[in-house]
Design a protein around this ligand. Sequence first.
Ligand code: ZN
Length: 87
Amino acid sequence: MRARAPPGSPAPMADSLLQNLVRQWLLDHAGQVDFAECLASALGQAGPPGVVNAPSIGLALEELAHQPQTFWAGACLCGRPGLRYGW
Ligand SMILES: [Zn+2]
């Protein structure tokens, strides 16, 4: 499933594999807030070894946070600031 960019929005940046993984995970868990380290644990089994780590996921989350109508800041279950998709 590919989301169509709304008219007038800038062209999407080149996506890294990790960013795609993070985005897909957030979409699959809409409404759930996730912090980089918690996402790293959740995604640890999903991604290729060496790709999924908390600092890289933190960067991917920062990129996704630049899509304010799609991704929203919130507090993760662990209390740290994270990102969620949807409501
Ligand atoms: Zn957390």
